[in-house]
Ligand binder design. Structure first.
Ligand code: NAD
Length: 293
């Protein structure tokens, strides 16, 4: 398969980070990309920037992926206006970090609503449109779901996040098998740590979560953060090669291999990580200033 150039794409969470970078990559290849984000002003700014570079075009759409009716309405209206939908990238996500005992109903509800149901509804909406637009044996469309390395290995002290990301990996692989007969390709993107605003914006952290801890702790695991552009390029390559799971970055690839072939190593490493973060939480509880060591 040659370079992947979808005619029309919708990218949720397209205003920032990985979504924006994926849109940039596609617009540079001629795609009409809809940047669907709950942060509409940021989506508008990104769309203007990307369209200025061309040769494709980006437009902004205000969308909260937890509003299933709005997700379906957007997919239907884009498909109606453009005549088809080639790529649905279900990418919007929220980060959760902190001790399990500090998670609340809200953490679980929001994690499930955004990170899981948001992906599922995007896939459901696109599935119908793509199945109906299939001609002959051609590929009807691609559904790309953004999970995470935390969907391939256990992420301690981020239970709502790792739970929903594992669910997205499972959902994507099951859907992939079903979708084949409609000519729909399903891939799941699993990047390691990426330098985006997500890692500084932990959703409503609990009382013993130290601000900045997430970014600081990453260094011990993956000293160099991936760039969103690297992730976008890997996503496009993964779609071209139709990789069921697209782990991005050396750390993610190594960790996923270890999870499959040497799970004891991953268990040990996650135990150490959990112990380290429990120490940090104790220091916050005692009012220590340096909590990232
Ligand atoms: P980001 O914060 O830069 O972008 C996320 C975008 O999603 C934002 O524009 C935000 O407004 C939007 N968004 C959040 N909730 C939404 C909602 N309910 N409806 C619509 N839009 C919503 O973060 P990013 O790192 O680019 O994250 C993109 C995806 O990549 C997420 O699913 C994230 O979990 C995943 N991911 C990120 C990393 C990382 O280290 N940054 C690693 C692996 C996976």
């Amino acid at each position: 398969m040659g370079a992947y150039r979808p005619g029309t794409a919708i990218i949720t969470g397209g205003a920032s980070g990985i979504g924006r970078a994926l849109a940039a990559c596609l617009v540079a290849g001629g795609t009409y990309a809809v940047l669907a984000d709950r942060d509409y002003p940021a989506a508008e700014r990104a769309a203007a920037d990307l369209s200025a570079g061309g040769p494709g075009r980006a437009v902004a759409a205000e969308l909260d992926v937890t509003d299933a009716a709005a997700v379906h309405a957007l997919v239907d209206s884009v498909a109606a206006q453009r005549g088809r939908l080639d790529l649905m990238a279900n990418n919007a996500g929220v980060l959760f970090a902190g001790a399990f005992e500090e998670t609340t109903d809200r953490h679980w509800d929001v994690a499930i609503a955004v990170n899981l149901r948001g992906v599922v509804e995007g896939a459901r909406a696109a599935y119908d449109v793509m199945a109906a637009q299939r001609r002959g044996r051609e590929r009807a469309g691609v559904i790309l779901n953004t999970a995470s390395l935390a969907g391939l290995i256990p992420g301690p002290t981020m239970a709502p996040y790792t739970t929903t990301k594992w669910a997205v990996v499972g959902f994507s692989q099951a859907l992939r098998a079903e979708a084949r007969r409609h000519g729909i390709q399903v891939n799941v993107l699993c990047p390691g740590y990426v330098d985006t605003k997500l890692i500084d914006e932990v959703f409503e952290p609990g009382p013993t979560y130290a601000v900045g801890r997430f970014r600081a702790n990453i260094k011990a695991l993956q000293p160099r953060l991936l760039t969103a552009d690297e992730v976008a390029a890997a996503a496009v390559r993964g779609i071209e090669r139709d990789r069921p799971v697209i782990p991005v970055g050396g750390f993610a690839q190594l960790s996923w291999r270890a999870q499959r072939f040497a799970p004891g190593v991953v268990r040990q490493s996650t135990r150490l990580q959990a112990a380290r973060e429990a120490r940090q939480a104790r220091r916050v509880a005692h009012g220590d200033a340096d909590v990232t060591g």
